[in-house]
Write a protein that binds this ligand. Structure first.
Ligand code: 6PG
Length: 481
């Protein structure tokens, strides 16, 4: 056996990852695909990679050194289970099966448990960075056992992106921890993208600037505290001219955003954990809203504010700066909420996840890579058990600086009738979490009224109920939550 690592599934992500592995010193890569034609195609196209092709799972297993290590790169879902079943038949205890797809973390927990029973290690690893990242260096979020990490760590470190000298991979935690963190990464990605889209929309509709002009604004923003991959590619997309019509490409793309599910999982999981990820949720819902043309056609008849939204010429620069600050403050909220979800998930599932390490491996290779993540790493280095990320001094200061602008932008959007769900929900979250007192007290009163759900008091311990349907005196009660 000559290969130290194998890849199963040779669609673009799989073949790019295999090529990345092969290009690093010390790796020899076995490749397998359900149809051999594809394997042959990859072999022919990349002779430099020195791939060892396998036509059957048995040949694949025979090509691998022990402990055998294989990364599955197939579309998440039933296909993953089918490949795992085949690998388990030809692998031995101590070998390692890695799922590099976007699996739903409960599936990873289930698969890890089942595979572990055979003595084989199963590692769910989130891989971010798209096709390009897979080829040149992704950010990798592996879960799984400590034993598997001994073999897998050096291999994954060899292919990961490098940020400030450090490879963008860490052993996130056991079983489903890696896919959990990748899921939240994608939720943050949804929020980041939606916030950028809202910023673009407000600038376009408020100032009349065309996409190419707005591209320059984003390119400029990319030189400052907003520096990130998503801002950078936004400028590229806005600059693009459609070859067939000569119009900006963004104007000919149908305005219905798709989704493969990771954003929805992030929100569903957050709901179950009781973590308010409102910015991520609004970003996910914004995609859903966009994708119902039958409703939008009907709702198009509903009245708006009735006035055109035009920022006066002498205030355009100030407005754009306000939007930039609103974007930055809302972005801080989105990350704060995302890290909150990781913290809650780790507590719920018993994972020992180092939040600072997560922010570091997201600095390079992944879709949300940004300067900003260094600040998050600093915040966790200073206070590892920080309960609210945005309360860290750096972010508190940044929000303090941005908040007046943020409020002006949300007001302007509301008055103009321009949807800004992520901007405004982030601001509401901010005002909610910092509030001295919330109207939750009234909600508790209502719950006690109709369902005797009880409440606690601010002035003494215990659980209470007002006898609403009787004489309305208060009694001590059993806590029913
Ligand atoms: C990444 C991306 C990647 C992918 C998602 C997009 O980290 O490389 O998040 O996983 O682009 O499939 O998800 P949607 O199709 O739901 O936007």
């Amino acid at each position: 056996a000559a290969a130290n690592i194998g890849v199963v599934g040779l669609a673009v992500m799989g073949s790019n990852l295999a090529r990345n592995l092969a290009s690093r010193e010390g790796n020899t890569v076995a490749i397998f695909n359900r149809s051999y034609e594809k394997t042959q195609g990859v072999l022919d196209a990349h002779p430099e990679a020195g791939f060892i092709p396998a036509a059957t799972y048995q040949e694949f297993a025979d090509a691998l050194q022990k402990p055998r290590t294989a990364i599955i790169m197939v579309k998440a879902g039933a296909g993953t289970d089918a490949v795992i079943d085949e690998l388990v038949k030809v692998f031995e205890p101590g070998d390692i099966i890695v799922d590099g797809g976007n699996a739903y973390f409960p599936d990873t927990i289930r698969r890890e448990k089942a595979v572990r029973a055979t003595g084989i290690n199963f590692v769910g690893a989130g891989i971010s960075g798209g096709e390009e990242g897979a080829l040149t260096g992704p950010s990798i979020m592996p879960g799984g056992s400590d034993e598997s990490w001994v073999t897998l760590g050096p291999i994954l470190r060899s292919i990961a992106a490098i940020a400030e000298g450090e490879p963008c991979v860490t052993h996130v935690g056991h079983d489903g921890a890696g896919h959990f963190v990748k899921m939240v990464h994608n939720g943050i990605e949804y929020a980041d993208m939606q916030l950028i889209a809202e910023a673009y929309d407000l600038i376009r509709r408020g100032t009349g600037k065309n996409p190419a002009e707005i591209a320059e604004i984003f390119a400029e923003w990319n030189k400052g505290e907003l520096e990130s991959y998503l801002i950078e590619i936004t400028a590229e997309v806005l600059r693009q001219v459609d070859a067939s019509t000569g119009a900006p490409l963004v104007d000919v793309i149908l305005d219905q955003a798709g989704a493969k599910g990771t954003g929805a999982w992030t929100v569903q999981t957050a709901l179950s954990l009781g973590v308010p990820v409102s910015g991520i949720a609004e970003a996910t819902f914004a995609r859903s809203l966009s994708s119902h043309p039958e409703q939008r056609v009907v709702a198009g008849a509903l009245p708006g504010p009735g006035e055109e939204f035009t920022v006066p010429a002498d205030q355009v620069d100030a407005f754009i700066e306000d939007v930039r600050l609103a974007l930055y403050a809302s972005k801080i909220v989105a990350y704060s909420q995302g890290f909150d979800e990781i913290r809650a998930g780790a507590a719920e599932y018993g994972w020992n996840i180092e939040l600072g390490a997560i922010s570091k491996i997201w600095r390079g290779g992944c879709i949300i890579r940004a300067q900003f993540l260094n600040r998050i790493a600093d915040a966790y280095a200073e206070t590892p058990d920080l309960p609210v990320l945005m309360a860290a001094s750096y972010f508190a200061e940044a929000i303090g600086r941005a908040q007046a602008a943020w409020r002006r932008v949300v007001v302007a959007a509301a008055q103009a009738g321009i949807p800004a769900p992520a901007f405004s929900s982030s601001l509401s979250y901010y005002d909610g979490i910092r509030a001295d007192r919330l109207p939750a007290a009234l909600v508790q009163g209502q719950r006690d009224f109709f369902g005797a759900h009880t409440y606690k008091r601010i002035d003494k311990p215990g659980t209470f109920h007002t006898q609403w349907s009787g004489d309305r005196t208060e009694i001590e009660a059993v806590d029913t939550h």
